[in-house]
Design a protein around this ligand. Structure first.
Ligand SMILES: *Cc1c(COP(=O)(O)O)cnc(C)c1O
Length: 353
């Protein structure tokens, strides 16, 4: 370990003392027997299928499969109802209103700020540089003893680029609190995950999701990877059955077919390359930022106007033109071959009109 932290000192006092809820499935973990302990309906479910029994509160089978897939220990995994649940739990476990604060690096994923606001935690913003990298000097200057967390999104949403690993390591070394690295798009990136760094930095928390490369956004399954002491705190505070049974089953099924994910990633990356080539030719396109994700940030001549005209033609992109460093920028998700072609054709028709 290059960096050890005292988790006990970072956690909020009342969470440290909390006596967690023990569900029926926590108190008896076996799978054989006559289950008369959880007030379920013994006869079955109204909708087709067997949904009458509560799911495993700690998702053990799924975590074992995931641990094998990621090359880590099951005790280093928290699973949530989307990554957004993990983000919210981090605030609830570690951040005391009126005392602690977090550092955000705009332009970035909007949920960090919303979660901070919901939990009444002060945010301090240190914008990324013009090429959307960490401004390490400014971040270092902003670190204070009450800096509980800093959120680094890599590849970053909405800019699409990977954040340099060396600069993330510098923050990991200096930060007094936790460094949360959101890797929602890492499967699309040319560099691999920071997961191996979990062995070196006890203050590192990595977020990933089944919503993007795995194509399972509707199931709502997010992952947090961290030191087992931190994972135990997640388990203490989370709602007992936070990941539903159907989601657990389908995610296990997906992990058994991970080649299919790789194939979709390759296809989306080749669609992205083609889309970038085609967009370059438009005079209304000023700049296409380098992307390590399944979307591209595009600077155009008049973002608001173009956004509205695209909507009229039933082509929906994300208008990011009002956020830091993203003047006149639209964020475009890479679609199927047909969808991308439809976007290009629509742009052609708009330009002539
Ligand atoms: C899409 C996305 C997520 C995924 O959130 P879920 O709640 O798991 O669907 C997380 N972080 C970033 C930066 C994202 O863009």
């Amino acid at each position: 370990m290059k960096k050890n932290i005292e988790v006990n000192k970072l956690v909020r006092g009342h969470i440290q003392l909390l006596k967690p809820y023990a569900s029926a499935r926590d108190e008896y973990e076996g799978s054989e027997g006559i289950f008369l302990d959880a007030n379920e309906n013994a006869l079955g479910s109204v909708a087709e299928g067997s949904f009458n029994r509560y799911p495993d509160p700690l998702q053990r089978r799924l975590k074992e499969a995931l641990a094998a897939n990621k090359g880590i220990d099951a005790a280093q995994i928290f699973l949530g109802n989307g990554s957004d649940e993990a983000i919210d739990l981090l605030f609830r476990i570690f951040c005391e209103p009126g005392r602690d604060h977090v550092i955000l690096l705009p332009p970035t994923y909007g949920m960090y700020k919303v979660s901070a606001d919901i939990n009444r935690i002060e945010t301090q913003e240190v914008p990324l540089t013009d090429d959307f990298q960490l401004d390490t000097a400014e971040i270092m200057a902003a670190l204070r003893p009450g800096t509980k967390m800093i959120f680094i999104c890599s590849p970053n949403n909405p800019s699409g680029n990977l954040i340099k690993r060396k600069s993330i390591e510098r923050i990991l070394e200096k930060a007094p609190g936790l460094v949360v690295v959101d890797e929602a798009y890492v499967d699309f990136a040319p560099e691999s995950s920071l997961l191996p760094l979990l062995h070196e930095y006890q203050n590192l928390i990595i977020l990933q999701t089944f919503s993007k490369a795995w194509g399972m956004a509707r199931l709502r399954l997010g992952m947090a990877f961290a030191h087992p002491e931190i994972i135990q705190l997640f388990n203490k505070v989370k709602p007992p059955y936070n990941v539903n049974g159907l989601t657990q089953e389908k995610a296990l099924e997906a992990l058994g077919q991970s080649q299919k994910k790789e194939d979709m990633v390759s296809r989306l990356l080749s669609n992205k390359a083609k889309l970038i080539q085609e967009l370059k030719d438009f005079s209304l396109v000023e700049k296409i930022y380098p992307s390590d994700a399944n979307f591209i940030l595009v600077k155009v001549l008049q973002a608001d106007e173009l956004y509205r005209r695209l909507i009229k033609e039933k082509v929906i992109v994300r208008n990011r033109s009002r956020i830091t460093l993203c003047d006149n920028c639209l964020r475009i998700t890479v679609g199927t071959e047909g969808e991308n072609e439809a976007l290009v054709q629509t742009l052609k028709s708009l330009q002539i009109a």
